[in-house]
Design a protein around this ligand. Structure first.
Ligand code: GAL
Length: 420
């Protein structure tokens, strides 16, 4: 679905109003509200299925509170973040909104837009529930401001099994040269654009995966913490490899959201798509079963992670109800209800893999031994300003293909936004 069709549609739905409060209570800061407006970009498919799971757990846990769906459609929050920014600026926050752990969350913290939840972490026993590295990514100056719902993996290639098999490919490529050889095999079978791609942020994801292959995990992470030079020859090489991959993609990419590109794979018009593992849930939700996946070729055991978390904005109308939502998000039951449908793995360390679909079982195993790197396209590596600059540099490159200009723009963005 194109975002044009979905834009500006704030999907508003209401879940059951229940009685007898377990954690709802009547302390709503005086506003009298028992509504909890949950602002996300999870409006369709697997994303909506995940949200629905969480909402049903919220209904059980938070009697007396009413879920209000404030979702604004558009992958990676392309539309939602703009709406949210203007609401926050106007002093009209939703009761809670999703924010990625890491640099993106720090933006909201530094702007003073979200409340400190450290005391609630103690009450709810969350410090022990999440891995220490994640806690570190959520903490600013010793305080914790959000509750993570999951861990997603970004560097995964999703395949249409039939298209791949028809091209005579029998094993997964493990480096870029092998991937390109496979893309050629699929193309030789008459599939014009074997690698499905969407607009700017999806191009940034593909480029980040190429950077991981060409630079390795440590130097890749250094791009975001200032220790790797964006103007260096290894980044130049990665731009060359990315350009080669672009030549296998659909030319209408700049008009497509991730779900449009996913449809090319489902329809057999493409063999592959690099996308985060919300794609597993979305393919499941859409009833497409003939898919497989592999880690982006050359990434080895690197797990490019991101985490969706929920906050309590300053000035939320129903702080008490929102706290109950946050408690559900962090709970074992909430994480199971959400992640079994969302394609992600639970942020909590006490989940039972057997409760999860096949893909997530594999991801849980990988997560344990993986080398972790963050994602800029999904806010764990870079601030929103940096992400915006990177997205527009990628969009410009998609049309003009000026490699020197791309590298210069990315180096300038790092110069402007990297923490000194
Ligand atoms: C990410 C988000 C995921 C998924 C994806 C595609 O930013 O963390 O949960 O929703 O966007 O929309």
């Amino acid at each position: 679905m194109r975002w044009g069709k979905r834009a500006a549609v704030a999907v508003v739905g209401v879940a059951a109003l229940l009685t007898a409060s377990a954690c709802g209570g009547s302390d709503d800061g005086g506003s009298g509200s028992t509504k909890v407006e949950v602002f996300t970009w999870w409006a369709d498919g697997g994303e909506k299925a995940g949200l629905d799971g969480l909402v049903s757990q919220f209904g059980k846990d938070c009697a007396g509170q009413e879920f209000v769906n404030g979702a604004v459609a558009g992958g990676a929050g392309a539309n939602a973040k703009t709406v949210l920014a203007s609401r926050l600026q106007q002093g009209d926050p939703p009761d809670t909104f999703q924010a990625h752990a890491g640099a993106e969350l720090s933006d909201y913290i530094n702007a003073g837009q979200v409340e400190d939840l450290s005391a609630d972490y103690d009450t709810w026993g969350l410090k022990q529930a999440f891995p220490p590295g994640l806690i570190q990514n959520l903490t600013v100056d010793g305080k914790i401001y959000s509750v993570p719902a999951n861990i997603h993996r970004a560097n995964v290639v999703w395949t249409n099994k039939k298209v791949v098999t028809d091209a005579g490919i029998t094993s997964d490529p493990t480096d870029l040269a092998a991937f390109i050889a496979d893309l050629d095999k699929v193309k030789a079978k008459g599939v014009q654009s074997p690698l499905a791609l969407g607009k700017d942020w999806t191009q940034l994801m593909l480029f980040e995966s190429v950077l991981i292959s060409d630079l390795g995990a440590e130097k890749f992470t250094g791009l975001w913490n200032g220790s790797t030079d964006w103007a260096g020859p290894d980044v130049t090489k990665a731009i060359g490899d990315f350009t080669k991959l672009l030549s296998y993609t659909n030319t209408d990419r700049d008009a497509l959201d991730w779900t449009d590109a996913e449809k090319l794979v489902m329809d057999g018009k493409a063999a592959y798509q690099l996308m985060g593992d919300w794609e597993a849930a979305d393919l499941d939700a859409k009833g497409f079963q003939d898919y497989a996946w592999f880690t982006f070729p050359g990434n080895g055991t690197t797990f490019q992670w991101l985490a969706d978390s929920f906050v309590l904005p300053k000035g939320a109308k129903n702080a008490e109800g929102t706290k109950c939502w946050l408690k559900t998000v962090g709970s074992a039951d909430g994480q199971k209800a959400f992640n079994t449908k969302k394609g992600s793995i639970p942020a909590r360390t006490d989940a039972a893999p057997a409760d999860y679909p096949k893909y997530q079982q594999a991801a849980m195993a990988d997560w344990k031994s993986a080398t972790q790197v963050p994602s800029c396209a999904h806010g764990s590596a870079c601030s929103q300003g940096w992400q915006g600059a990177a997205n527009s540099a990628m969009g410009a490159y998609s049309t003009k293909q000026d490699a020197a200009a791309l590298q210069k723009a990315l180096a300038a963005a790092a110069q402007q936004f990297a923490k000194k």
